[in-house]
Structures are given as C-alpha cells and as structure tokens.
Write a protein that binds this ligand. Structure first.
Ligand code: ARG
Length: 608
C-alpha cells in the first residue's frame, strides 16, 4: 500500500476543480515530520492561494471540503498559515496491515509500465587487485539492480571492465622483464599481482601524488624519477602495441584476462553481486574505427590538427580558440575512453533497446559523462534516458582517500576479511557478556554470523550515506550495536524472530489467518504506519537512485519497533487476541527489515 500515493490521488481529485495544475499541488502531500501533527501533511494550500490570490487558510478549508477521503482520513485540520494535517483512520490502517501480512510482496505493487534498464556498475580496471575504491560502484549498482527488479522493471547488469587500458601495458612490461617462471607455474594469479605491484613501485617516483604530504612526496632521487619516467614510457609502448594488435602482446593479454577474473570473481561471489554481461572495453575495440567514421560521416565530428574531435557548441564569436569538447581519435590514431563509451551506447541501444542506461561511476567522471551523453544524443540516441549515478569517495580517518595508511586495507579482499574478523570478535564478546541470555551457538554458525554481519556492516555504512557525499570509513561506527547500522537492524530482526521461538508461534499460520490489529495503543499505531510506508520508501529510493532512503527508513522503522516493544507486551499481552495482533506486527517488522536489507544486498541471521 502506497499511503502517500493514495492520499495524493484523493487530493488530486479535490484540487481538480480549483486549478489546472492539480497534479503538482497534489504532490505536496507528505508524511509529517512530527507525529503530534498527525500522519501526513499537505502544504499545497499556501502556494495555490498565491496563484488564486486568496487567503491560504480559506483555500485549505475549501480543499478539505472537497476532499473525498472519509474512508481513510479520520481528521483533516488546518494549521498555521494553511497546512493541512491529516490523521488516518485506525480501522483503515488495520485493514492495510492485514493485507500487507497476507502479501508476499509486503504490499508493494509492481510498476504498471515496466522499463528496461541497463546498469553499468563495478566496472573495475582489471589486471590489478580490486581496492576499496571499487566498493561503492559495486554495491550501489547491485542495490539499484535489486530495487528496480523488485519494483517489476527489467534490468541488464553489465560490468564494463577496464580490460584494455594502460594497466595491461604495465603487466606486459613486468612479464617481459621480471617474470618468475616458478612463481607463474605454482600460482599465476599471485605472480600477476606481484608483477603489477613491482612495476607500479618502479613508476611510483614519477607520480604527481597530491594525496601524499610534502615530506613523503619528495623522498625520491632524480635518478629514480628519471627511471620511473622511462618505465612509464615503456609501459605505454606495450599498451599501444597491444591495442594495435601485436600478436605477442595480444597473446599475453589473453593469458592475463582469466587470471584477472580469478582475483575478482571470488569477491563478487562473496558480496553476492552478479552480472548478466562482462562486456569490457576490449569487447568494443573492433567497433571503434567505425564509430569515428560514422560520427564524421554524419557531421558530428571533425578533423582538427590530425585528431578527430567533437565540438558541442559553435566557435566563439570573439575569435578566441574553439576548444573541442571531446577527442575521439588522437593524433597518433589511438581511440579514447569516450570513443569506447560511444561504441558501448550504440551497442547497448542496438542489442537491447533499453529505456534507461545508468552509469554508477564516481563523481570525478561527471564531466566525461556529461560530454558523452551530449554527443550520444546528437548522434541519435536521444530517446534513451542516460544517467550518471554519481557517488563520492570513501575517505580514511585523515580525510584522504582510504588506504592502508589511514585505517583501510590495500586490497578489497583484505578489507572484507578484516570486517568479518572484527564482526566475529565483536559477536563473541557480546555473547560472552550476555552470559546465559545468549543462545548457545555452534562454532560454524558463529563463523557464518561473522561473515553475514561483517559484510553487511561494510555495505550498510556505505549505502546509508547519500551517494553523492564523501564519507569517512570507520570500523567502530559501522559495527556499532546501536545506531543506524546493519548490525543493529540484523539484531532487531533476530529479536523479532526469537519471540516466535520463545512463544512457540508459527509465523506462517499467523500470516494465513492474520488478525486485524486494533491499534489502540499509540506505539502500535506508529509502528503500523511505518510498516505501511514501505512501498513509498522503495518507490522514492528508485526514483532518485538513492539507496540511503531505504536505510533511513529502516532506522525509523527500528525506532518505531523499539518504542512498540518497550511499551507493548507481546507474549504477555492481556488477551490472546491482542497477543496475536502484536505478534503480527512483530512478524511484519521482521519481514520488512529482511526485505529492505535484501534490497540492499544484505543478509540476516535467524539468531545472534
Ligand atoms: N573502468 C572505469 C574506471 O575504473 C569505469 C568505467 C565506467 N563505465 C563506463 N561505461 N565508462 O574508472
């Protein structure tokens, strides 16, 4: 049940005779910030009054008199300058709660017109181990895929691997100069990582590493810096040879790819993330020349000083330099990231004809996508909705990019191991301090709990931030037992479940014969409303591609549940009837937490 949408549609009908813009005004019906004003609030009267040049309180009164919502609204009052405060009928809420209990989808209707989304996420540059920078795209993209799919959309998950870039030149250079044959035989993946790290270290002195404080930056001798520059040039040469089709380099590349994937897929498996396609940059290589030719032929690109470029605006009138917006073929004949992305758009459009293409990629690439989309639209891809779902960085405790230096880990797999280890330790400590109250849990289940709770902590800490903000990575905060964390939600879930075990109640039977709760207690009522706001939450999270809307909701739901649980005895309720009604609220809370976490790619455990 989408409470907000239902109220909005009643308001739309009431507003229809008053303005031609009923839809816009109806959208001003929202949940209230403070429960003492009721359940929902409409603030459309003020802006409508301005338009009609009337008194806002009178406009509010006349909206109320036209409003046909007696079946669900118990009270509609005008407050302050013209707010309309709405209080919902408990019987109506109770009926919705009962319907929600009997529904597998917890009252969330599938969308009426399903769209086809292609989501481009994770997309790491392979040949080197994944690091924490790859985390956000991977888990935000995965959450969006789950949310959109649940709403009934079709989703194609495409991992646009960076499998064709400079890092392969580095690896080929390393292979040609520093290969350890024995190491290669015994563990090719480890050898590849070693080679990458070795070459990376050699090139390091030439880095313009703004991230390092001055004293660390200047510790290299001029000879080291000169050598680093020579190595970089040699690596670049290898990359160019690979991309030009050199047979030796191509053969090496073909050998490296499966090794790279062998370092990456276990991480995806562990995170529960999957893709429909892994069309990396190399996949598009054979199409790039044709993309450039086509853009030239249609007049969208021009040759300029030996390169092929795109101008998005006419030359400046004052005769100053006309700067190209994108280069699609460099002077040396090399194609660019933009060319490859244009080929990708064309391929996806032809192959799948999606309604939307989402790119879950960090904010630093905003300019790239802005230009890319503008060129693509000009090229004829103007029906498909192209969106850059941008996100900020994960920072260490010194507010620089997270790394080994400031509280993170060098590689993503180590970071996940560390999270699981910390979660397991914390669980053991908490269980020990609870003494007899803690369930006696066998060792393998403890390990399973540690795995689920540890990975959840990392994901939730990330997803609970608005995706566009940077956030500081903190083990203590993400593993906290109370506060808006995965651990807290998982614990709330396990507690709901334990009530059923202790009371020996079968939740399936309860759902099948769901009672209609009286909701006489204000804490019951508040919990019921929160539960019924599940659908509008998911719809809002999908609308702006913002998973944190779901974690905010979970936090509110957990607080409502905690208020209910402290004030309303469940197993010891005054009557058998009330006991069943409250058990139903517990069960719905557990299911809603489980489903919400599930949409974020986070699991639960039955007990902890
Ligand atoms: N491989 C790129 C990187 O790591 C991200 C690719 C994003 N997707 C795309 N179609 N450009 O920066």
């Amino acid at each position: 049940m989408n409470l907000q949408l239902e109220l909005q549609s009643r308001f739309r009908a009431a507003l229809a005779g008053m303005t031609t813009d009923a839809d816009r005004f109806a959208q001003m019906v929202r949940p209230v910030g403070d429960a003492k004003f009721g359940d929902y609030q409409a603030n459309c009267a003020m802006s409508l009054a301005k338009e009609l040049k009337q008194n806002p309180r009178q406009v509010a009164e006349s909206i109320i008199s036209r409003l046909q919502a007696d079946d669900l609204v118990a009270k509609a009052d005008v407050a302050g300058p013209g707010f309309i405060n709405l209080t919902l009928r408990p019987e109506w809420l109770a009926e919705q709660v009962r319907a929600m209990a009997g529904d597998e989808r917890l009252g969330v209707a599938p969308v009426e017109s399903a769209r086809l989304y292609v989501i481009d996420y994770s997309s790491p540059n392979v040949a080197k181990p994944l690091h924490v920078g790859h985390l956000r795209s991977t888990i935000i993209g995965d959450a969006l895929k789950r949310i959109l799919t649940f709403l009934g959309h079709r989703v194609i998950a495409d991992n646009h691997l960076g499998d064709w870039g400079t890092q392969f030149g580095m690896l080929i250079y390393g292979y040609k100069h520093f290969l350890d044959e024995a190491g290669l035989k015994s563990d090719p993946v480890r050898e590849m990582v070693r080679l990458y790290i070795k070459v990376r270290q050699l090139t390091k002195p030439a880095d313009k590493d703004d991230d390092l404080p001055g004293e660390e930056r200047e510790k290299y001798t001029p000879e080291q810096i000169a050598e680093a520059k020579a190595v970089i040039a040699a690596c670049r040469e290898e990359t160019a040879r690979l991309q030009a089709g050199d047979t030796d380099n191509l053969a090496l590349w073909q050998q490296f790819i499966p090794w790279s994937m062998a370092t990456i897929t276990p991480i995806y498996d562990r995170l529960g993330v999957s893709f429909d396609f892994f069309h990396g940059e190399s996949f598009y290589n054979p199409m790039l020349a044709d993309v450039v030719d086509d853009l030239l032929a249609r007049g969208h690109a021009t040759e300029s000083q030996g390169a092929v470029v795109v101008f998005l605006s006419p030359p400046p009138e004052d005769g100053s330099e006309h700067k190209a917006d994108a280069v699609i073929r460099k002077r040396d004949g090399a194609f660019t990231y933009t060319t490859s992305d244009l080929a990708t758009i064309r391929y996806r459009a032809r192959e799948w004809n999606p309604d939307v293409m989402l790119y879950v990629v960090g904010t630093p690439q905003s300019k790239h996508f802005q230009t890319l989309f503008a060129v693509a639209r000009r090229w004829g891809y103007d029906k498909v909705d192209l969106e850059h779902v941008a996100f900020g960085s994960v920072l260490g405790n010194d507010r620089r990019m997270l790394s080994t230096r400031n509280g993170g880990a060098a590689e993503l797999s180590e970071l996940l191991d560390l999270a699981v280890e910390k979660a397991t330790q914390q669980y053991r400590a908490a269980a020990a301090s609870r003494g007899d109250e803690a369930p006696e849990i066998p060792e393998d289940e403890v390990r399973m709990i540690g795995e689920v709770v540890g990975l959840a902590a990392v994901k939730y800490a990330d997803l609970s931030q608005h995706r566009t903000t940077d956030y500081v990575f903190s083990w203590d905060k993400m593993l906290a037992m109370d506060g808006n964390t995965a651990t807290y939600m998982q614990y709330a879930f396990a507690r709901c479940r334990s009530i059923f075990r202790r009371g020996e109640v079968d939740p399936a039977e309860l759902r099948a014969n769901a009672p209609k709760p009286g909701l006489a207690d204000s804490f019951e009522r508040a919990l019921a409303i929160k539960l019924l706001q599940f659908e509008e939450t998911i719809v809002a999270a999908a609308a702006d591609y913002t998973p944190h809307v779901i974690t905010n909701y979970l936090w509110d739901l957990a607080k409502a549940y905690s208020g209910f649980f402290t004030n309303c005895p469940v197993l010891k309720a005054e009557s058998a009837e009330l006991r069943r009604e409250r058990l139903l609220l517990c069960d719905l809370t557990a299911r809603t937490i489980e489903k919400s976490l599930g949409l974020l790619g986070i699991g639960v455990v039955e007990r902890m």
